[in-house]
Write a protein that binds this ligand. Sequence first.
Ligand code: NAD
Length: 408
Amino acid sequence: MTEALGLTAEQLAAIGPGALALDVADGMIENVIGTYALPFAVAVNFVVDGADVFVPMVVEEPSVVAAASNAARMARPAGFTTQVSPPLTIGQIQVTNVRDVVAGAAALRAAADELLGDARQLVPRLTERGGGPRAFEVRTLATSGPDGGMLVAHLHVDCRDAMGANLVNTLCEALADRVAELAGGRAGLRILSNLADGRTVRVRCSIEDAMLAAEGASGSEVRAAIAGASRFAELDPYRAATHNKGIMNGVDAVLVATGQDWRAVEAGAHAFAALGEGYKPLAVWRERDGGLDGELVMPLAVGTVGGAVHVHPSAQLALAIADIGGRTDRLAAIAGAAGLATNLAALKALATEGIQRGHMALHARGLARAAGATGELIERVAAELAATGEVKAERAREVLARMVKESP
Ligand code: NAD
């Protein structure tokens, strides 16, 4: 890997013990008393949008890297394909105590171009880079109540290569008074929304049955079981939460490695999952003839400038390993692919365990019958074989003999 990517020993020192110097750590947050190391690993076998990629991962949980690598091997023939939306982050300006919310909202909508123009002037460099404020929207939240009439203005900002929290917060701060004045109310909170539903990644993969087969389970059985597990998550928020946790295992590991604000992505992911009717899985799996198709859609606000990216030496190395060539959309695509991969691995493990258990139970019944058990003894002998894990003909004969002897 180091040769393929042309990484130097100097670059690799960025993940050596003590790579994060105390003075750098001290500059990152407050009251620093030390640094905290986590394992840095690389998941392999990934093909994302036609290109091989090493996926940097930082995570404390065992099996995540192996699971991602195994699933990426299953997906490797067709690879992961992605679509990443433009990097649009929403800034919110809350207005409370609005005398007339209908008139206030109308006044804001009428002034949208003026407000967008003001916002653009505040970020000339971003606009030069092809980003900047794109749209202005107004939502009515309450017509009366403890805070009076309440409106919220949404400023949609193309943040280019930045995650954009500070950038958007600054814009919201600057516009708040004018927005409140136009709406006829009082300026409230002004901060980005982490429900970044305008900044999504869509990842697809397609797995052939032959790649899904496992010991004791055929490819088509595993395929059906994974599709069934997906339907379970689509029907039940209790399952969907765990399904999504499996996705975030892969996503977060990439985000931590590359110095991203993973709490922001977590908050956005779960809020996105809860948009619409009930909490839903971020990835679903469908059977097709001879294989399985998976699709993940989730918000993924990442940046290759700003935040901790340039401060933390290991984050820089992680970006070099992912070989994103400075492309923020590529980082989002890779993090999303890692999430779909860990989801697939988790579902396959759960599904095959179930199939194997089912096969074992069937096998145990067959052995009980072969040993001469009849009636209710078939189930009793099979249950004991399955419970002890010794699903063998000889053991079936012993268990049956003992049960017959013990029976009154
Ligand atoms: P930042 O404050 O470091 O600003 C990034 C800056 O990079 C921009 O202001 C821009 O001037 C500059 N820049 C240079 N090249 C650029 C390019 N090609 N594209 C875009 N900008 C470019 O970072 P940020 O992204 O504004 O904010 C991210 C930070 O804010 C993270 O540390 C995050 O943890 C934190 N934060 C998050 C939240 C939240 O998610 N709720 C709230 C507050 C702060």
